[in-house]
Design a protein around this ligand. Structure first.
Ligand SMILES: [Zn+2]
Length: 76
């Protein structure tokens, strides 16, 4: 399963309105959303392999699996 979030998403109220054009804040928020989505999918379907991506105007970025599985990286 591939989970995607993208920059300036209207469902989140857009980069400008909600995040005041602060891309780092938006990425932080979307990373935690992907972490939650990952945990939800893995909780329901433990055997499904899950990849998470964030898409912005510069490219497509894959979130490393250690981000989801390593508790030490939870604050990063
Ligand atoms: Zn969107």
């Amino acid at each position: 399963m591939i989970l995607l979030l993208h920059s300036d998403c209207g469902a989140y109220g857009s980069l400008h309105q909600v995040f005041k054009d602060d891309q780092a804040a938006e990425i932080d928020h979307h990373r935690s959303e992907l972490r939650l989505a990952y945990a939800t999918v893995k909780g329901a379907f433990p055997k499904v392999s899950v990849e998470c991506y964030f898409v912005d105007f510069a490219g497509v970025w894959q979130l490393e699996s250690s981000f989801f599985t390593d508790a030490q990286s939870a604050s990063g």
